[in-house]
Structures are given as structure tokens and as C-alpha cells.
Design a protein around this ligand. Structure first.
Ligand code: NAP
Length: 262
């Protein structure tokens, strides 16, 4: 890709978002980097300007704060040079649900789902009008697995997958590409931020490997990219089973097993 349009990346100060920033700058894009840590954003922006010649803006924002979020939304609505949104900022919570505070749970939902969908909503009409562009939403394989014991985090990531699949159906015919990326455990700061000892986790993926794989899926225009999934046929089988279930839903009457004996 050689066009010099702009990519806005949330959660770009470190981890997966910072690697996306590096890769898109090297592909010849200009960047808008969003996160809370201004110093880290400035250091990354300076390096990428110097190494790639990209124009890099930073937007300092806490995406759980409505005023900060509104400023990022406005940029996405108004800056016609932005053709790609990488909806990456996210966090997790440790421990069982009953030990998580109600405020912490609400904060996680605000960051992982509310901010993500508001940002998608801010940019999608403009991209659809232009008939081009892309929205990439970072989900997680945890969103497929209630068994992992991360109920709220997983629920936010199930939301990200469903939203991405729905938006893909709505926006692909309008020329806008939507991708859900589902990493598994990847070596970033997300673990220590949630007070989880990274050394207790086995087989974490390198973050460079993860993002490069996600970009292979991006270039192929995949709807759902699951870099750690080795046999793609298992995902297709799950999707086929889901569609089969839909074809067995009948709206007019309940299933026999729920009929009340008269
Ligand atoms: P990370 O290293 O902890 O980075 C998270 C990024 O989000 C940072 O740039 C952070 O920057 C930003 N962020 C956090 N809270 C924010 C807030 N309130 N407002 C604005 N920005 C905020 O995590 P990561 O592993 O790269 O995670 C990136 C995405 O990948 C997340 O959506 C995560 O759920 C997903 N994911 C990660 C893994 C994994 O194992 N690492 C697996 C599956 C999915 P500031 O602190 O500067 O704000």
C-alpha cells in the first residue's frame, strides 16, 4: 500500500497498538496516535517521524472519560484524511467476578465496548459516504471462551466480535472493510496492568508476530482474523454450525420441549 492516508490508532502508547503504529508508518501512512500517556506517545511519534518520514499527530485521551472520547470522535468525523481506525485500546481485569468492584467492571465495559463502538460510529458514516476505508477492532479469543474465567473481559470481546461481524455485513457493500482481530495471550503490559504475573502464563505470543499476522489478514480482507488458530477449518465449522442453528429457529411457536401440558 503506498497511499499516504492517515490511520488513527487507539492504545498506541505501547503493546499491540504501538506495533500497529510502527507497521502502518512503514507502509507509508500518516498516523494519529491516541492514549493517555503523552510522554510515551511523543517518544513513539518522534521515532516514527524520524525513521519513516510519516506525519504523526498525538491525541492524549482517556477513552473512559466522555469529554476526551468526544474529542477523538470529532477528529474521526471531521478529518477526511483518516481512512483507517484501529480500535485497539483495551484492558482486562484479574480475579473472579465477585471480587471485581462494580466500578472496575463498569470501567472495563466503558473502555472495551462503549469507547470502541462510539469511535466506530463516529467514522463509519464518513467512510461509507466516501466508499472506502477500514475499521479494525481488536477482540480476543477470550470472547469465545466463557470457560477461561474472565467473564466481563470475555463478554466485552464477544461484543467486539459480534459488532465487527455485523458491521462487516453492513459496510462491506459500501466499500468499507471491517476486521475483527482475535489474539490469544500476547506478551504486552496488559497483564501487569491487571496485576497478573506474566511469568505464570505459558506460551505467550510475541507482539510483533501477532500484529504482522493480523496485517496478513488485513491485506487479505478477512472479516475475522485469529492469528493463534492453527486450523482455520475449525472456525469455519463453528460458523457453519451457528448458521445451521439460525435455520432451525421458528418464530411462530415454541419448540416441543417447552410446550405446557394441557
Ligand atoms: P497494553 O500493552 O496494556 O496496551 C493497552 C493500550 O491501551 C495502551 O496504549 C494504553 O495506553 C491504552 N489504554 C488503556 N487504557 C486506556 C484508556 N482508559 N484510555 C485510552 N487508552 C487506554 O495492552 P495490549 O495487550 O497491547 O492490548 C491491546 C488490545 O489487545 C486490547 O484491546 C486487549 O484487550 C487486546 N488483547 C490483548 C491480548 C494480550 O494477551 N496482550 C490478548 C487478546 C486481546 P495508556 O496507558 O497510555 O493510556
Amino acid at each position: 500500500m503506498t497511499t499516504r492516508n492517515t490511520v488513527l490508532i487507539t492504545g498506541a502508547s505501547t503493546g499491540i497498538g504501538a506495533i500497529y503504529a510502527d507497521r502502518f508508518a512503514r507502509r507509508g501512512h500518516d498516523l494519529v496516535l491516541v492514549a493517555r500517556d503523552k510522554v510515551r506517545l511523543e517518544i513513539l511519534a518522534a521515532r516514527l517521524r524520524e525513521e519513516t518520514g510519516a506525519s504523526v499527530d498525538i491525541l492524549t485521551a482517556d477513552l473512559t472519560q466522555p469529554g476526551d472520547l468526544a474529542a477523538v470522535e470529532a477528529r474521526l468525523r471531521e478529518d477526511a484524511s483518516i481512512e483507517t481506525l484501529i480500535n485497539n485500546a483495551g484492558a482486562t481485569l484479574s480475579g473472579p467476578f465477585i471480587n471485581q468492584s462494580t466500578d472496575a467492571v463498569a470501567g472495563l465495559v466503558a473502555l472495551n465496548t462503549t469507547a470502541l463502538v462510539r469511535l466506530a460510529s463516529a467514522i463509519a458514516p464518513r467512510l461509507a459516504q466516501a466508499g472506502k476505508g477500514a475499521i479494525v477492532n481488536i477482540g480476543s479469543v477470550v470472547g469465545l471462551a466463557p470457560e477461561f474465567g474472565m467473564s466481563v473481559y470475555g463478554a466485552t470481546k464477544a461484543f467486539v466480535l459480534f459488532l465487527s461481524q455485523g458491521l462487516s455485513l453492513e459496510l462491506t457493500p459500501k466499500g468499507v472493510y471491517v476486521q475483527a482481530v482475535l489474539p490469544a495471550g500476547t506478551r504486552t503490559e496488559i497483564w501487569e496492568r491487571a496485576s497478573i504475573d506474566v511469568n505464570t502464563l505459558s506460551e505467550l505470543m510475541d507482539v510483533n508476530e501477532l500484529v504482522d499476522a493480523a496485517l496478513v489478514g488485513f491485506d487479505r480482507r478477512e472479516g475475522v482474523t485469529i492469528p493463534p488458530l492453527h486450523d482455520a477449518a475449525t472456525w469455519e465449522a463453528l460458523d457453519t454450525a451457528r448458521r445451521g442453528l439460525l435455520s432451525d429457529l421458528r418464530q411462530a411457536h415454541v419448540a416441543d420441549r417447552y410446550r405446557v401440558a394441557s
